[in-house]
Design a protein around this ligand. Structure first.
Ligand code: SF4
Length: 339
């Protein structure tokens, strides 16, 4: 079969399969451009199952672009708390504010890409799913599927894969159906064409898949070289007295507006480790032992201030309404509940 014929057959099979098996997701049940933008922001770096409760709560409180544009950033951060990658909140607010100042939304992916935080995939997804624009959005699932269907790869980087596979994605584009095709690729990558142990037997595309036809190992056709991860330790402090808990104001673009446990300044002694927070941000694994004050609260507060950390005291009631980063919020709740 000629290549063009192959891709139009694949598109038809994908649509037929998607029509029967599409995942029920809140942003698909009541579709809107705002819902598409919000879901794409939330799904960046976050699994679908983790994003769903946040999406539902957010939609209830902030149902449209204007409500986000006019909201207090602290309230937005509070509602996002636990979802991580908080820069997304500020970028979403900027996008909503800019859209409210325009007569109409952008009409093409290249225009969406001018907003902060909107990369090529996100722009294509918003345009295809939210505006019925004729472009197929390729997330990691889509790239993996096209690698395997075409037998191309492995690639040295994700951008190299995107460049090599864009012609195949363009050949998949059916006028007016690119939104469902993009979503079908996301679902197929989640259900059948998984990164590890794909379910080729039940896959609707198996008769058109290069790795199946050539009896190759699918896992070898989905690899991009990733930066080597590194480990970083950051010691934290639990400073509680009868009035409440001391927290530090986050710094840097990632944590601005959020609160976390203060960082123990280098060379300063503290009490025993109460808990250890572990989290991964991009390619860095952070290990954060949380030390008690061991009766030296005042001395440690002086050390924190000389270290340039802005620390504030919050009553335990206030903590519930405070934007605290997810891992620190869970650690604080655990220590308060279990000692
Ligand atoms: S046949 Fe297997 S490798 Fe090919 S697209 Fe389907 S699940 Fe992926």
């Amino acid at each position: 079969m000629a290549e063009d014929g192959k891709w139009s057959t694949v598109a038809a099979l994908l649509l037929e399969w998607y029509g029967r098996t599409a995942r029920v997701l809140p942003w698909r049940e009541r579709r809107s451009l705002y819902g598409t933008v919000l879901s794409e922001f939330m799904l960046r770096q976050t699994r679908v199952a983790a994003a769903i409760p946040y999406y539902l709560r957010w939609m209830e409180r902030f149902p449209d672009f204007r409500s986000v544009a006019e909201a207090d950033e602290g309230e937005l951060l509070c509602l996002w708390s636990g979802l991580g990658y908080y820069g997304r909140v500020r970028q979403l607010k900027q996008l909503c504010t800019a859209l409210c100042d325009r007569r109409s939304p952008p009409a093409a992916p290249s225009e969406w890409q001018k907003f902060p935080g909107v990369g090529p995939y996100c722009a294509a997804a918003i345009a295809a799913i939210g505006q019925n624009y004729d472009v197929v959005a390729l997330d990691a699932n889509g790239l993996r599927i096209l690698c395997r269907l075409s037998g191309l790869g492995p690639f040295s980087s994700r951008s190299a894969a995107e460049r090599a596979l864009r012609p195949s994605a363009d050949a998949l584009a059916l006028s007016g159906r690119c939104g469902p095709i993009s979503e079908a690729l996301m679902d197929l990558g989640n259900g059948h064409c998984r990164a590890g142990r794909p379910d080729c037997v039940a896959c609707p595309l198996r008769d058109h898949c290069a790795v199946v036809q050539r009896n190759l190992v699918p896992e070898n056709f989905s690899k991009f070289s990733t930066p080597r991860s590194r480990r970083e330790e950051r010691r934290r402090l639990w400073l509680q007295d009868g009035r409440g808990l001391w927290l530090a104001v986050g710094s840097g673009s990632r944590l601005a507006g959020l609160y976390e446990l203060p960082t123990l300044p280098a060379g300063t002694g503290a009490g025993p480790v109460l808990r250890t927070i572990r989290r991964r941000i991009s390619s860095t694994d952070y290990v954060e032992p949380v030390h008690g004050a061991d009766g030296r609260l005042e001395e440690l507060l002086v050390a924190l201030r000389s270290d340039g950390q802005e620390v504030q005291l919050f009553s335990l009631d206030e903590l519930e309404r405070l934007p605290i980063s997810g891992p620190h919020g869970r650690c604080i709740a655990d220590i308060l509940a279990n000692g």
